[in-house]
Design a protein around this ligand. Structure first.
Ligand code: HEM
Length: 679
């Protein structure tokens, strides 16, 4: 770094550190003040949240952080400093990018009534009563929120919704010519993300009576004259004559409550439970049970493939192992008590793995290693947390789990913008070569369709879960970039026989839901818009292709195309623009949840449960249930990074921007439906 830049950096550093210390002190004081309530909006009788509280100093620090980010770029700073700048950036996002859709007109919604008092210390089947002041908050069948102001979410007319033609965008910009690997990750990272997405969100079944007819080019090999894409189901809680900003319903419980395993309603929950010792049902081979129509019985089984089957099987077994541990400790407990505690513990373990392992693998930058571990343990570190527990209520010092809840003035929900940026289908490969954990020998070779929907189980039984887990650990997912959409998803035959181009659907879907296009999105997330196609995309051939498809209008570039075209920060698996949504929402899922804040205690989780969460990670879960994976996990610092091939395989090529910054200082990790659609 040159002298001037170096001096500037030191000046910013000193200012930044001072501001953080002062901000922390002031926030602690602010926390003790009584909090005023929001005035009642149209949904007021449904409850409300405390008004947001951002001290003057916090705002000043956030403004400073934004300036540093704009002038120097957070990812060019040393790790700790980058993390501190990101903390300021997040404050601005918390202040300006949480938008309430509860205040849009609402009909036919009434507050739920509890059937008993279990909700006080257990997660309910549909996510109600997590927040005691607003029991519907975050529960299944409530609205998605927004990260951009509601007046910017206007749905375009049908004509501009189809412009440029989403099928053209799919074919010209997304078609995979040859597989581009994300070489710092293994394929579990892809399956894991879909597994998490199914916990947090689903728009439910699309509307069969309202269809987009997408015209096709003459040369398009699609078997029909037009491409039919069903529209998203309308929000039934909006008055029929309401023409305001659009809203949509999330049919999944939005909390990090492992609803993909336990279901989003009581009937589904009862189907997955064995009703003995708190456990979930598995068959004699320790696999998920199958219903009469050949579908796996689990919380959410939509968009099923072998990757999801592995995750669901693993964490169903983990639930049962937690039950065994609790039974040993508390032999008199009922099935219900064991189930409730095991669910809490399993869900928290998933949240921990995601925060400190998955995310640090896909965001392999030193600042993120610090920031994400700090989200869980605080800057005080895991070691201090293990030795003495929390030092302070501050999330910065001792992490979010166990801190005070904070809704930042807006009831918690997953947002439409979050859904849009997590459409990361390029992670999926098209070709799968299964190898044996015993000797790395090839045992089977399959295309995506052999692994999807009802075929998942057949292939899993043939190759065995152990070998499938090993294979997923040793191969790469696809890089999230242009020209890397899985061919199998660009022409996906769904279980009902319909043929869909999921790439074209992704593009149209984001437009349909009123999510702004790329440049507008950047501006609303406090990033400068890009001015040229070359600034957007470092690959000149691709930049030219984007220009052609969007007829030279940079402001028309779709969000997903812009996100895939950007060069991510060093070590990152996705773009900096998508990352803005990530830093806001990843911590919010914890900050808002009673079971990660007020009630993240030994009294609610049990001391054995707290220890289980502290002592485990993805690798220990894998090894508990599949101990033969040990040689492959040996020496692996992050279980979402490529594992050791038991007999060694040639390394795959790296996309330049995927090179880890501190190469190859691997991330520190302690081994310590056909239900509603979505994901
Ligand atoms: C790499 C892992 C995956 C990720 C991160 C992912 C993510 C997502 C997200 C965020 C959505 C939007 C959900 C909604 O709007 O409710 C979605 C939709 C969808 N995904 Fe995936 N998905 C993954 C894998 C798959 C797989 C394996 C399949 C098929 C077997 C699949 C099929 C679909 C379909 C059909 C939709 C609905 C498209 C629409 O109508 O909007 N996804 N995915």
């Amino acid at each position: 770094m040159r002298g001037g830049a170096g001096r500037r950096l030191i000046r910013w550093s000193v200012l930044g550190l001072g501001a953080v210390v002062a901000t922390t002190a002031l926030s602690r004081w602010a926390n003790k003040r009584p909090r005023p309530s929001l005035p009642e909006g149209p949904g007021g009788s449904l409850g409300s949240v405390p008004a947001p509280r951002f001290s003057l100093l916090e705002r000043a620090y956030a403004a400073l952080a934004e300036r540093v980010d704009h002038s120097l770029g957070w990812h060019k700073l040393p790790g700790y400093l980058g993390a501190l700048i990101l903390a300021g950036v997040r404050t601005t996002l918390r202040r300006k990018n949480l938008q309430d859709t509860w205040n849009l007109p609402i009909v036919g919604v009434t507050p739920p009534s509890p059937v008993d008092d279990r909700y006080l210390t257990a997660r309910t089947s549909d996510g109600t009563f997590n927040n005691l002041e607003m029991p519907l908050m975050g529960s299944a069948n409530t609205r998605f929120g927004r990260n951009v102001p509601l007046d910017k979410t206007v749905v375009e007319s049908d004509r501009s919704l189809l412009s440029p033609n989403p099928r053209t965008v799919s074919r010209e910009l997304l078609t995979r010519d040859s597989f581009i690997p994300a070489s710092t990750l293994n394929l579990h990272a892809a399956a894991w993300l879909q597994f998490m997405v199914h916990d947090w969100l689903s728009h439910g079944q699309n509307d069969k009576d309202r269809v987009f007819e997408v015209p096709l080019d003459k040369g398009d090999p699609w078997p029909n004259k037009t491409m039919r894409i069903l529209r998203t189901r309308q929000d039934p809680t909006r008055p029929s004559d309401d023409t305001g900003p659009p809203s949509f319903i999330n049919v999944a419980s939005e909390w990090w409550d492992a609803s993909q395993l336990y279901g989003n309603d009581l009937p589904t929950q009862m189907k997955v439970r064995s009703m003995v010792d708190g456990k979930l049902t598995v068959d004699k081979n320790r696999l998920l049970p199958i219903d009469d129509s050949g579908i796996e019985i689990t919380g959410v089984s939509g968009n099923w493939w072998i990757g999801l089957e592995l995750m669901h099987t693993l964490f169903t077994l983990e639930h049962n192992a937690i039950c065994d541990r609790l039974t040993a400790e508390y032999p008199t407990w009922s099935d219900q008590e064991l189930f409730d505690r095991a669910r809490l513990i399993n869900a928290a373990l998933l949240a921990k793995i995601h925060t400190v392992e998955w995310t640090t693998a896909i965001l392999g930058h030193p600042a993120l290693q610090i920031a994400l571990r700090a989200n869980w343990w605080g800057l005080a570190t895991e070691r201090v947390s293990r030795l003495v527990g929390r030092l302070s209520k501050s999330e910065l010092i001792s992490g979010i789990p166990g801190s005070d809840p904070d809704q930042f003035g807006v009831p918690y929900s997953i947002t439409e913008e979050f859904v849009a940026v997590y459409r990361m289908h390029p992670l999926l490969p098209d070709d799968f070569i299964f190898r044996a954990v015993a000797d790395n020998a090839v045992i089977d070779s399959r295309g995506f369709s052999d692994l999807a929907f009802a075929n998942a189980r057949k292939t899993l039984e043939k190759v065995t879960p152990e070998n499938a887990l090993y294979t997923f650990g040793t191969v790469n997912p696809g890089a999230i970039t242009l020209h890397n959409f899985p061919k199998g998803m660009q022409q996906l035959t769904e279980p009902d026989g319909t043929l869909n181009d999921i790439a074209a659907t992704d593009i149209l879907r984001i437009r349909e839901r009123g999510v702004p296009r790329y440049n507008e999105f950047r501006k609303l997330l406090h990033k400068a818009p890009v001015r040229t196609f070359e600034e957007l995309c470092a690959n000149p051939t691709w930049a030219e292709q984007i220009r052609r498809v969007y007829e030279g209008d940079i402001d028309k570039v779709d969000l997903m195309i812009g996100l895939y075209a950007e060069t991510p920060p060093p070590g990152f698996g996705f773009s900096d623009t998508a990352f803005r949504i990530f830093i806001l929402m990843a911590s919010r899922r914890l900050n808002s949840d009673r079971f990660f804040t007020t009630d993240f205690t030994p009294e609610v989780y049990t001391p054995a449960g707290m220890a289980w969460i502290a002592d485990n990670g993805f690798a220990s879960v894998l090894l508990r249930h599949f101990p033969n994976l040990r040689p492959a996990l040996r020496g692996v610092k992050n279980p979402f990074a490529p594992w050791t091939a038991v007999a060694g395989v040639a390394p795959q090529q790296t996309r330049p921007e995927f090179e880890p910054v501190a190469k190859p200082k691997a991330q520190p990790v302690q081994v310590s439906s056909r239900q509603p659609k979505g994901g």
